[in-house]
Write a protein that binds this ligand. Structure first.
Ligand SMILES: *Cc1c(COP(=O)(O)O)cnc(C)c1O
Length: 342
């Protein structure tokens, strides 16, 4: 907003949920607000209990953090020693990399495939050669939106060296058919993460969790900040879990938004990539044009972002919006594409 000089933006740049949090969560958080002088429960006990029921595991297999970004830091601190190595996809979600660098580890990268999907074979090959302590995989992936289904992830996991821990970031797991997600594997070399930031619409509350073996969870419990999770976020997350109808409606609305974007891309000659997330990539044909499109949209009050690394850097990334947000975006995009030559 400071850059554009506008006092309001159509927010389609951070994959937040335009559909907001559950009204029930808002209600309990508002009621809990006067208790902000209390610390939160350092164990997140009730929330972990509800999450354990949801994922059919025990509360000793769940750790709550202030978002996946926080849990990534714990995993890196616990498992990548200074001078150690981690492996990821070049251009995928970057926060993991910041932690690796910050804690003194080295990074190896596999490129995306030419079609913009994550190259699981290349990751296995590099992992076998370089023996990273941790491999980071977002599935579904951000920013590509691509997804590897259950059997593929299972085979990938089994093909990895047995001393490499797989950090499986399922930030967008809520948008995928549960039958397509890897079933619960609670092993020492697998850490999976989920968040309340996306489908639950609570990005600003900062709360997420990891599921892993009891041993790994104990390790995280030793090194995490004991009052690092916001008390209101704990209350809101618990209420969100108790409102599955709202969650289902967000997942449905998000699918409607994706379909609308696919149709818009076809109509305007900016083809889209299939996505199993709450965002869609539009192919602007070149990096220069994608940058122009993003800048021109901002001037018109529409905030989006774009991937930085090839082959996805000629795309712009647009989060799922409500119908009015989509209409504002469509109008601005039509206008901008007419002005920015291919
Ligand atoms: C949005 C996003 C996150 C951030 O999750 P928080 O719980 O808000 O920290 C993590 N991973 C991926 C792939 C994301 O897109």
């Amino acid at each position: 907003m400071r850059d554009s000089g506008l006092s309001e933006l159509v927010r389609l740049g951070a994959n937040e949920s335009a559909f907001g949090p559950s009204p029930k969560a808002v209600e309990v958080m508002a009621a809990a607000l006067p208790h902000l002088w209390w610390y939160g429960d350092p164990e997140s006990y009730e929330l972990r209990e509800a999450l354990a029921a949801k994922h059919d595991c025990s509360i000793e297999q769940i750790v709550v953090g202030s978002g996946i970004d926080d849990l990534m830091g714990l995993a890196v601190r616990a498992f990548v020693p200074p001078g150690g190595r981690a492996l990821t996809t070049a251009g995928s979600y970057p926060t993991f990399n910041y932690h690796v660098t910050g804690y003194g580890g080295a990074l190896s990268f596999a490129p995306y495939r030419d079609d913009g999907t994550v190259d699981l074979d290349a990751l296995v090959e590099i992992a076998r050669r370089e023996r990273p302590q941790v491999l980071y995989l977002a599935n579904p992936d951000n920013p590509s939106g691509s997804f590897a289904a259950r059997a593929r992830v299972q085979a990938f996991y089994e093909a990895l060296p047995h001393d490499t821990l797989l950090f499986l970031d399922e930030a967008y797991g809520d948008f995928v058919d549960p039958g397509d997600i890897l079933p619960a594997h609670l092993e020492d070399r697998l850490v999976r993460t989920r968040t309340f930031s996306k489908a639950y619409g609570m990005a600003g509350a900062r709360i997420g969790y990891a599921i892993s073996s009891e041993r790994n969870v104990q390790t995280f419990q030793k090194i995490r900040l004991h009052y690092g999770v916001n008390r209101n976020a704990q209350v809101g997350a618990l209420a969100s879990l108790a409102d599955p109808a709202f969650h289902a409606s967000v997942v449905r609305e998000t699918a409607v938004a994706r379909e609308a974007y696919y149709a818009l891309g076809t109509e305007l000659g900016v083809p889209t990539l299939p996505s199993l997330t709450n965002f869609v990539l539009f192919d602007c044909g070149s990096v220069a044009r994608a940058n122009r499109v993003m800048a021109e949209l901002l001037k018109r009050g529409v905030w989006i972002r774009k991937p930085a690394v090839a082959p996805l850097d000629r795309y712009v990334r647009v989060s799922a919006g409500t119908a009015p947000m989509r209409a504002a975006f469509a109008q601005a995009l039509r206008d901008v594409l007419a002005q920015v030559p291919v």
